[in-house]
Design a protein around this ligand. Sequence first.
Ligand code: BGC
Length: 790
Amino acid sequence: MTKIFLTGLMATICAITMNAQPKLSATNIDEVMKAMTLEEKAKLLVGGANNFFGDQAVVGGEATLVAGAAGTSPAIPRLGIPATVLTDGPAGVRIDPTREGTDKTYYATAFPIGSCLASTWNTDLVTKVGEAIGNETKEYRCDVILGPGMNLHRNPLCGRNFEYYSEDPLLTGKIAAAYIQGVQSQGAGVSAKHFAVNSQETDRTAVDERVSQRAAREIYLRGFEIAVRESDPWTIMASYNQVNGQYSMGNHDLLTSILRDDWGFKGIVMTDWIGIRNGLPTISEVHAGNDLMEPGQPAQVKEIIEGVKSGKLDMADVDRNVRRMLEYIVKTPSFHNYPASNSPDFKAHAAITRQSAAEGIVLLKNNGCLPLNTAQSTSGEDGKKGFTVALFGENSYDFLSGGTGSGCVHPPYVVDMLEGLKNAGISSSTTLTDIYRKYIDYARIKFQAERHPAKWFQTEMMGQQKYPEISLSPIAINKEVQGADAAIITIGRQAGEGIDRDIDTEFNLIPEERNLIVDVCNAFHAAGKPVIVIINSGSVIETVSWSGYPDAILCAWQPGMEGGNSIADLLTGKVNPSGKLTMTWPIAATDHASTKNFPGSIDDYTFQMMVGNKMPIPGHAYTNHDEDIYVGYRYFDTFDKNVAYPFGFGLSYTKFDFSKPVVKVSGETVSVSVTVKNTGSVSGKEVAQVYVAAPKGQIEKPAQELKAFAKTRELQPGEQQVLSMTIPVRMLASFDEAGSQWLTEAGQYTFRIGASSRDIRCTATAKVAKYVEKTSNALAPKVKLNLLKQ
Ligand code: BGC
């Protein structure tokens, strides 16, 4: 009897214990939550840190899961909850390329940077890139890539524009959705960042971005909205800055009212990498809808526990976030014990990066010298050495594949211009190679020796550095003319996280570069030989003062590790350029309406004085978005300002004709179609861009806005394709602040279809009925802004 009783008791205890310790599965989240202690719940909401703040920061001991990854979410082994690994992005997986105790290397493919990828205007191709990135994320045992970078190019001087896509929210949203679909199709996740209004690096962790509700919704948030609705990102990263007086990370309006209530976001929100914030309790971040504190500090776990115990933090908020974390975790490769190979298929991914870069590179000028006629060489002795170029500019030999900071990638190699041309059968001047190679070796050592320790982003681990251009005398340049068929000059620019760009030395050309262009053009043109300039920069530079000199200009961006090959494909005509600018190239950096409120360079003395006197520094303490919705072409086209190259611009080696525009409204959808015909003599692709001009109504509208786009397949000479696009009527709406609603006013809309915002080839009109969509009344500015009006 006693024996039976004891056996029964044991069985009951076992059952209780087993019930108390369920192992996480996709179907038992409720059960696991019931079994979790408050301590475990709090722990799950705080990142596992990677020694970011010293040893004390390692919450779960997962610090070294993948060397060089940015962070983790913590494991709770008792309940079968694995740690997950978060790695930067967005142009590829950023982990340490080498590890102690092994000769094995962990390089990752460097794909084209954001501006280059977006310049393809080819969502299918971007999805392919996303697939390859998702695959590398998984093969390196990571769960989430911290990208895409989706902030808007509000001003050309933002240091991180290279990571971001465009000055236009629709293009940003569509390209991001394509990238996210690609990554997530592989079973890895993304973190779309930085949510939101993080369009400057200066004082990014403190600055208050003050913006009207309209500009917030229509410009800065719209790309995120499109990405959330169309691609369901696993995670979103809240930015460092404040939006209208409240840090994004603790901004309930942003993270809950807009993101979840208005848009239906289902994933998790994580913080950007800051730990404990001054003046922003972790518990208010939890309440606001921030599910994961990164990189995570033990004090934050403690604060959450104490917050619940003292009643300052509602247990329901904690439970809500914990549930979202568990829903995220069951999707991850770590949860599924994915057998990572640590050996991605570099060959296959190199082909993808080469192709996507070639489609993202933009031909800005061509007087007919491109594609190069490499069959005809007049250089050297009777042209015997084959087509030869004189290759100028230090970045020809030290090609920049990507930017610096967390957005850099450590690739196994970078194909520079010299190698790319060689692979295409084009020789280069050995004298110049020798001069530049020696200079680069010297410059590298000098740069590191002189680096200020505070400039963490200027180390090789934070990406390739840019060394100053050298002067070459006209005599040395002249010596190169006879032995070459053409000259190529690469003008390089580097930029990245933590610092905005300088107008004088980073937007404008420096005297050495300007002289190089002028002297090379004079020398080569005197002999009837062409000069081509390659821009190797993640962002916009000044062109008007020098673009008259060279015969052709190619904006190659920072096109990833196959850069030299991609450029050679275009120079030789193997690929016909089809990239289009995703941002306006202004004549001067200061032409943008945001200039007045973009952090200018305040000299150190003034800065210190203002800080000392506790004066709020415009552009540092706060940035007023007085230009409102007039960002990029919305400003230049509405206010009729001249530009260097308009939004959407890009040349081809062939010509396209646009005809038969058809616009039909059916219910809440507008369908637009246009016939694009290749009327030139070589095959190529073209992008049809649909700009919509709204009728006059109660809300002031920009002259036109991009509302749809589509790219043709490779069209043979004489071939045509009908491109069909749809525009939901809700996407024609403006944000009506008074009514807290999206409002499409009834009337006759004009659909202007063309090859750039200033090259409209055909138009059609359609009557659209009124459309209203109520939203939350969120993010009202706390100060009065002096908004730009027409
Ligand atoms: C950057 C993020 C990045 C994170 C982790 C932050 O400083 O702003 O873009 O993902 O660091 O490296």
